[in-house]
Design a protein around this ligand. Structure first.
Ligand code: PFF
Length: 450
């Protein structure tokens, strides 16, 4: 008999695609991708990023979904089952633990940044009803970062929203939330790209985004691009594995994998094409914008455009939503694991994990103000956590997932999950997992450590 998950199942292929795209599309695409591109030299970074998505990201995305659907449990238990079935070493279960730790670390700062987007939505809402405008965006952003109280309250509110959805479960919470919100986000980005085009700087923005200047590339560029590819596709921490566990058996993994990867990449590029024309048209430097990039540049455009306040509200509200559908997926793996251990309800499990993430997030909050002098390897605490979790743990988790699927799982297991995939594609995918992706990820990790 066909195994199902105790946590529930996606009701359709579209539901899975929306949920997985909801996980993938988030702050990573609209906040992080533009400023990483800005800080890492533009076009060359984008090209390396796209190559990482195609050669490393997509094959690993497919393996995560496959592993999840094969095990139908939270990552740690799925791996325990898979290891038992294939008589592999118990050490592979570590993949699930890396996932849980990375998820907690990422959610801790992700929620802080998502809090900024809530704060901005609130500012625009007030402005719509006659409140003061954001006349000096850099000062507004600076004032927010200087206030630990305000930052931790928005961080808390965002965490409560995330727990609210996860506590309701797969169909009633996760699926319902993503159905309308994802299409709305996409349409709004298109509106902003069209506005960007009317500034007359779309060409310059496209040159900045796609014209590589290889002289600015070093080992670090590769690490950041690879880390960004993993972060953006929600890979390497077993999120997609968890979502795969709720995927009905008759749905094609390669097809949904390609759809999610294309949607995610499309949104990142659209975000770049929306933001850089605005940055350029206001005479700001597209290089080196840092994490404040969208918070300091977009309000300038919203001030200048007709109906700008309304668009500002819509933009930050939808960005909050994009962050929300991603943070749900960050919380789900650890929650599902606690529920499976049988001692906790879903509500309780989600609240405990989120509480831990909130507390850890306070370190990121303080690193923006009182603790900004504390440096770990030349970075403030928040960037340090980001570096360890995104750029090191996610690629490492992804590397192990590739090796486990490529070498330890039997071909019959893979074939059973990938019925209908042409033999040539199957073989290519398997060798990408066995050799190519691991060698590339390892090369990037080793070069970064050296
Ligand atoms: N992919 C999300 C984004 O781009 O914002 C972030 C993320 C979600 C990373 C879930 C990892 C994850 F497991």
């Amino acid at each position: 008999m066909e195994k199902t998950s105790i946590h529930g199942m996606w009701s359709s292929r579209t539901a899975f695609i929306l949920a997985a795209t909801g996980s993938a599309v988030g702050l990573g695409n609209i906040w992080r991708f533009p400023y990483m591109t800005s800080d890492n030299g533009g076009g060359a970074f984008v090209l390396i990023y796209l190559a990482c998505i195609a050669v490393v990201g997509l094959p690993i995305l497919m393996s995560e979904i496959l592993l999840g659907r094969y095990g139908r449990e939270s990552p740690v238990n799925t791996l325990i089952g898979a290891v038992r079935d294939s008589r592999a070493s118990r050490g592979w279960v570590g993949i699930g633990w890396i996932g849980i730790v990375a998820g907690v670390l990422i959610l801790s700062f992700y929620s802080v940044v998502a809090g900024w987007t809530l704060h901005y939505s609130w500012l625009y809402l007030k402005q719509l009803f006659g409140g003061a405008g954001i006349t000096d965006p850099a000062a507004t952003f600076g004032a927010l970062l200087a206030s630990p109280l305000e930052l931790s309250l928005w961080h808390a509110l965002f965490m409560v929203l995330t727990v609210g959805v996860v506590a309701l479960g797969v169909e009633k919470g996760l699926e319902r939330a993503v159905r309308f919100l994802m299409p709305a986000l996409f349409i709004l980005l298109l509106v902003l790209v069209i506005y960007g085009a009317t500034t007359g700087h779309l060409g310059q923005a496209a040159t900045f985004l796609f014209n590589p200047d290889w002289s600015r590339v070093d080992g670090n560029t590769f690490l950041r691009a690879m880390g960004q590819a993993f972060f953006s596709l929600s890979l390497g921490m077993c999120t997609m594995m968890t979502y795969g566990a709720y995927l009905p058996k008759d749905i094609s993994i390669p097809k949904v994998g390609v759809t999610v990867a294309l949607a995610d990449t499309g949104v990142a590029l659209l975000a770049g094409l929306a933001i850089f024309p605005i940055v350029i048209s206001f005479g700001l430097d597209p290089q080196g914008g840092g994490p404040g990039l969208i918070f300091t540049s977009l309000p300038l455009a919203f001030n200048a455009m007709p109906l700008g306040i309304f668009y500002g509200l819509l933009f930050f509200a939808l960005l909050s939503v994009a962050a929300w559908t991603s943070s749900i997926s960050l919380l789900e793996p650890a929650t599902a694991y606690l529920v499976e251990r049988g001692r906790m309800s879903r509500k309780r499990a989600a609240s405990c994990v989120a509480g831990l993430c909130w507390l850890l997030g306070l370190a990121s909050v303080l690193s923006l103000n009182h603790w900004s002098h504390i440096q770990l390897f030349g970075r403030d605490i928040m960037s340090f956590i980001e570096l360890i979790a995104n750029d090191l743990m996610l690629p490492l988790g992804g590397l192990l997932i590739a090796l486990f699927t490529g070498w330890a799982l039997r071909e019959t297991v893979l074939r059973d999950q990938l019925t209908g995939m042409p033999q040539g594609l199957f073989t290519t995918w398997r060798w990408l997992l066995r050799i190519i992706a691991p060698v590339l990820v390892l090369a990037v990790l080793v070069s970064a450590v050296l």
